[in-house]
Design a protein around this ligand. Structure first.
Ligand SMILES: NC(=O)c1ccc[n+]([C@@H]2O[C@H](COP(=O)([O-])OP(=O)(O)OC[C@H]3O[C@@H](n4cnc5c(N)ncnc54)[C@H](O)[C@@H]3O)[C@@H](O)[C@H]2O)c1
Length: 274
C-alpha cells in the first residue's frame, strides 16, 4: 500500500449517501468509488439512486441504489438491513438529502409575516430531521461496530443571514449544531470510535437552485451577481470540488477530527464583503 492509501485507509469501506441521486451526492459518490469505497445511494427517487449507482458500476466500481425516504424511520431501518445483508458493514454516512423549497422562502414581494408555516415545517423536516434520522439508524450500527464516520451537509445560510431563505437557513443551522452535539455524544460514549463532521458548501449550481442562480439562457441572475461579488474566488463551486474534503473526513486521515463544519466556498464565509 502506498503512503497515501495508508493515510486515508478507504479501500474496501462501505459508504451510504442519502439524497444519492442528487447532483452533489452522486459526484461525491463517484469520488469515493475511485478511492476504493463501495457506494450505496439512497434516494426518495428510486430511478435517480439506481442511475447514480449504474454510472459507477459502468466505470468498474461497486455501487447500489435503493429507494428510501430519510423521514421514514422504518424504511431507513429496512434499508440498513438490506445494506448489511449485501455489504456486511457501513463505515461512512453522507447525509446529503436536503435542499431549499420555494414555499419556505420570503420572496421580495412578501414579508416574514406571510410565512407559510406548513412549508416551513417541510423544509426544516427534510434538512434537519432528514439528517438526524439516518444518523440515528446508521450511527447505531457504527457505534456497535466501534467505527464509522458521519458527514452532514450544512450551508452558507447557516452562518450568516441570506435574504429569502428563512426555513432552509434555520434547518441548516440546526444541522451544524447537531453535528457538534452528535460528535460529542458519540465520542464520549463510544471511545472516539465514531466521528461526526459536516461540510458547508458555498454556491454550486444544482437541480434545487438552478432557477435561482441562472436565467433560462444560462446567464447569471441578479442574486447570482451578488453571490459572485461576495465570493473572493469570483465563481460558483464545481461539484467535484467537494470530493477531497469528504475523502479526508471519511477516512483515517481525520482520525482526531470530530465536530467540525468545513466550509468549501471559495472564501464566501470568511469574507467581510469589503
Ligand atoms: N447546491 C448547493 O449550492 C448547496 C449548497 C449548500 C448545501 N447544499 C446541500 O447539499 C445537499 C445536496 O444538494 P444538491 O444541491 O445536490 O441537491 P439535489 O436536489 O441535486 O439533491 C437532493 C437529493 O435529495 C433527494 N431527496 C429529497 N427528499 C428526500 C427524502 N425525503 N429522502 C431521500 N432523498 C430525498 C432528492 O430526490 C435529490 O435527489 C442538500 O442537503 C443541500 O441542501 C447544496
Amino acid at each position: 500500500m502506498s503512503y497515501l492509501d495508508n493515510l486515508f485507509a478507504l479501500e474496501g469501506k462501505v459508504a451510504v449517501l442519502t439524497g444519492g441521486g442528487g447532483v452533489l451526492a452522486s459526484e461525491i459518490g463517484s469520488g469515493l468509488s475511485r478511492a476504493g469505497v463501495k457506494v450505496v445511494f439512497l434516494d426518495i427517487k428510486e430511478e435517480a439512486a439506481t442511475q447514480a449507482a449504474d454510472k459507477i458500476v459502468q466505470q468498474g466500481g461497486i455501487a447500489r441504489g435503493f429507494k428510501t425516504n430519510v423521514l421514514d424511520m422504518e424504511a431507513l431501518k429496512a434499508t440498513r438491513q438490506q445494506i448489511i445483508d449485501e455489504f456486511g458493514q457501513i463505515d461512512i454516512l453522507l447525509n446529503a438529502a436536503g435542499g431549499n423549497m420555494p414555499g419556505a422562502n420570503i420572496t421580495p414581494d412578501k414579508t416574514v409575516f406571510d410565512l407559510d408555516i406548513a412549508d416551513l415545517d417541510k423544509v426544516t423536516d427534510l434538512n434537519f430531521k432528514g439528517t438526524v434520522l439516518p444518523s440515528i439508524v446508521f450511527g447505531e450500527l457504527m457505534a456497535k461496530q466501534k467505527s464509522g464516520s458521519i458527514i452532514n451537509i450544512s450551508s452558507m445560510a447557516a452562518m450568516q443571514s441570506i435574504t429569502m431563505v428563512l426555513g432552509y437557513s434555520a434547518a441548516k443551522a440546526a444541522v451544524s449544531n447537531f453535528t457538534s452535539w452528535m460528535a460529542m455524544e458519540l465520542a464520549m460514549k463510544y471511545e472516539g470510535s465514531v466521528r461526526v463532521n459536516a461540510i458547508a458548501p458555498g454556491f454550486f449550481v444544482t437541480h434545487q437552485n438552478r432557477a435561482v442562480l441562472l436565467k433560462p439562457d444560462g446567464s447569471l441572475t441578479e442574486r447570482s451577481h451578488k453571490v459572485i461579488a461576495n465570493t473572493p474566488m469570483g465563481r460558483f463551486g464545481e461539484p467535484d470540488e467537494l470530493i477531497g474534503a469528504v475523502l479526508f473526513l471519511s477516512g483515517a486521515s481525520a482520525s482526531f477530527v470530530t465536530g467540525v463544519v468545513l466550509p468549501i466556498d471559495g472564501g464566501f464565509s470568511s469574507f467581510s464583503g469589503v
